[in-house]
Design a binder for this molecule. Structure first.
Ligand code: ATP
Ligand code: MG
Length: 301
């Protein structure tokens, strides 16, 4: 929970999320929220673990992560004691059959849902120690999300969809428009700024979603089946785009996928089954062992 004061009418507002205008007088609250965000970011640093020199090598860590969904009398264990370390700048694919827990893991790492047990650290900050406002701040600044169904806002243009997360990050309008245009250019859509999602192909919509995920220069992009609704060629283009971004900007990519084309670009492939990590393969090792598909390489960490 954050307590903020409207600079115009003086209203004291308690909020668990990031607000852009005062609910009483409609005054612009972005600067105020920005200041609170920075204050909280400092606090988050103080609760980050700092017990080893290699600390910042890992951008995401999970320890004994468990998720049990309860449906009436039935308990569905979706994740069981998952320990995973993701290196900064890594391209990681999470593979596994339908129902194996990929999206559940993705939701835990992205702070979209809470684990039943265990811990998830983002840049060594234990997400369970954050309050709702801090979690909203972390999701807005640190993580970009890409979904199978694109999840664009249908009444907004491509440019408006891309700039939306920037509003919540307190960016001023001119800067926001410039950055939105740059990002759409980066994904090859500079001639589609004013198109709404329905006037774009699936591949183009996913490009807009990629640009939107990059809006606030996140450290991590979480992509849940980003090619699941695309044809082979378009899917390949999105994978290549993600790889390019990963190599050029160093953004860490964690992608849940069924798509075997992802193997080519991934640094590591985490195979999960029944909510457990079955094995982890490194691409470097796969290349050495061409022809012996399924070579099992336990990760050393
Ligand atoms: N909200 C929910 N309530 C109850 N059970 C759920 C819920 N979400 C997921 N599950 C169950 O948890 C398990 C893992 O589901 P999850 O969606 O993580 O799988 P997935 O690997 O992403 O599958 P897919 O490849 O089909 O997307 C499944 O058994 C699923 O039925
Ligand atoms: Mg899924």
């Amino acid at each position: 929970m954050a307590k903020v004061k409207c600079p115009e009418c003086g209203e004291e507002i308690e909020t668990t999320g990031i607000i852009t205008v005062c609910p009483k007088c409609n005054a612009d609250m972005r600067e105020v929220m920005e200041a609170v965000g920075h204050e909280r970011a400092e606090r988050m640093k103080t609760i980050a673990r700092d017990d080893s020199v290699t600390t910042h090598e890992f951008i995401v860590r999970t320890r004994d992560l468990c998720k049990i969904y309860v449906m009436g009398e039935v308990e569905v264990p979706a994740l069981r004691d998952v320990d995973l370390d993701v290196r900064r700048g890594e391209y990681l694919s999470i593979m596994g059959p339908s129902g194996s827990g990929k999206s559940t893991l993705f939701n835990m790492i992205g702070g979209l849902d809470k684990p039943t047990g265990g811990r998830c650290f983002i840049e060594e900050v234990d997400m369970a120690q954050l309050d709702a406002f801090e979690l909203a701040w972390l999701r807005c600044r640190k993580i970009g999300y890409i979904f199978q169904t694109f999840n664009l806002i249908p009444v907004m243009t491509a440019l408006e969809n891309v700039t939306l997360p920037m509003i919540f990050a307190g960016m001023d309008t001119d800067e926001m428009m410039d950055r939105g245009r740059e990002l759409l250019e980066l994904v090859g859509l500079d001639d589609r700024l004013d198109h709404k999602p329905y006037d774009l192909s699936g591949g183009q919509q996913q490009r807009v979603a990629v640009a939107r995920a990059l809006a606030n220069a996140p450290a991590i992009i979480l992509a849940d089946e980003p090619t699941g609704n695309l044809d082979l060629q378009t899917g390949k283009e999105i994978i290549d785009l993600l790889k390019e971004l990963n190599q050029e900007s160093g953004v860490t990519i964690i992608s849940a996928t069924h798509d075997l084309k992802m193997i080519d670009v991934s640094d590591r492939i985490v195979h999960i089954r029944d909510g457990e990590i079955e094995r982890i393969e490194r691409r470097a090792d796969l290349k050495l062992e061409i022809g012996t598909l399924g070579s099992e390489v336990e990760d050393a960490e």
